[in-house]
Ligand binder design. Structure first.
Ligand code: SF4
Length: 381
């Protein structure tokens, strides 16, 4: 009989499970608390559950914990990047991002950036994860376990979550929303929905769905250009949902929820940082009240980009400031993000892709020694 992985099950699913074992429903609430509030890593830790029931659980259920493979902390800014191995051997990344010193309540804030897929099918030209292709969606349990395992590695409490790591959250919508429901449950990790942001590369239909379902988590759009042609070059998803369709969906979202979306905007030298780009942004802000995060470009030269991607370079800092000031003069809330963790490969997918090169090198070297880790290899090939 295959074991049921309990991590990721909701309270009602746990109730169904314990009842299937002939146990009382209240056992489910105990399990829920041990899984999500107390971060139990084994059934033996669940000390208020009888020994007999724990033995039954060991035979019929599993706790698939993410395994920490690598942890790197930036000497520059304290950003910490985790590489986790999933139960099937695939690899994902999560990144702990300390607050900008100038942000309100900086000493209390700690943000974790979560992955939602292994790899990503969207092939954005500036992204290391995009070069990996798509392997599979994460389960709600694998998403929530990134929070649990990162918290176990860190004394300071994680206060904010951003679904902006590897993968496109809207392509794994049900598991993403289930993970948020679990995290925000009052018997769980308890990070409030207003401290959680879901980011999309541009799925207009799911932006409308979030509004229709009155999802309380915040919404961010990786925008990067308001010019349809340029955005299509950067982000092929624009062929499916044009800039105009995205803006319509965001206007719908704002009217329905009264919540301002955030636009993520990586500045590329001479490509999307012109006066025309500023004018388009100001026009957009008249239609949709918004916040803008300007993000410096992390080079992905280590992936050996070709063609269009090879021509992408970071906008110089002075030009970045000019761009931000022009938007601020139009009453747009603008943050210029620090280039977090550049010394630890903290750009999305960078560590996993570099791990892939490492594995390839290792496998070449070790052909005669047979020491290649097949799970690690399958994670990244
Ligand atoms: S930026 Fe996000 S959506 Fe685009 S390829 Fe990378 S992970 Fe996927």
């Amino acid at each position: 009989m295959s074991k049921v992985n309990l991590k990721g099950l909701s309270l009602s699913e746990l109730q169904t499970f314990v009842e299937s074992l002939g146990e009382k429903r209240y056992r489910a609430a105990q399990l829920f608390s041990w899984l999500y509030a107390k971060s139990a890593q084994s059934f033996d830790e669940m000390t208020d559950i009888s020994k007999e029931f724990r033995e039954i659980l060991k035979h019929s259920a599993a706790l698939d914990n993410l395994e920490l493979v690598t942890k790197k902390t930036s000497a520059q800014d304290g950003t910490t990047k985790f590489l986790f191995q999933l139960a099937d051997g695939l690899m994902i990344e999560s990144v702990l991002i300390p607050p900008e010193k100038t942000s309100p309540n900086a000493e209390k804030r700690l943000t974790l950036c979560l992955s939602t897929q292994v790899g990503c099918p969207l092939d954005c030209k500036f992204c290391a994860t995009g070069t990996m292709g798509f392997l599979r969606n994460l389960t709600a349990g694998e998403i929530i376990d990134q929070v649990i395992q990162a918290q176990r590695q860190n004394e300071k409490r994680i206060t904010n979550l951003v679904y902006m790591g590897m993968g496109e959250p809207m392509l794994n919508y049900d598991e993403v929303m289930k993970s948020i429901d679990l995290i925000t449950d009052e018997s769980s990790i308890l990070i409030g929905a207003k401290h959680i942001t879901v980011s999309t590369a541009g799925y207009a239909d799911h932006i409308r769905r979030m509004a229709d379902e009155d999802r309380k988590a915040k919404l961010a759009l990786s925008l990067h250009s308001l010019d349809n042609e340029k955005r299509t070059q950067l982000m092929p998803i624009t062929k499916k949902f044009s800039v105009d369709e995205l803006i319509d969906a965001l206007e719908y979202y704002y009217r329905k929820t009264k919540r301002r979306p955030t636009f993520e905007y990586i500045l590329f030298d001479g490509f999307n940082d012109t006066e025309d780009d500023i004018r388009k942004f100001i026009k957009l802000s008249k239609r949709i009240p918004c916040k803008v995060n300007i993000i410096p470009f992390h080079s992905i030269e280590f992936t050996h980009p070709l063609g269009f991607a090879a021509g992408l370079h970071p906008t110089p800092r002075a030009r970045m400031e000019t761009f931000a000031d022009a938007l601020r003069k139009a009453d747009i809330t603008v943050m210029i993000r620090n280039s977090s963790g550049e010394d630890i490969e903290a750009a999305c997918g960078q560590l996993a892709v570099q791990e892939k090169s490492l594995v390839r090198k290792q496998s070449r070297k070790s052909e005669t020694k047979n020491i290649t880790n097949p799970q690690l290899h399958s994670a990244v090939s």
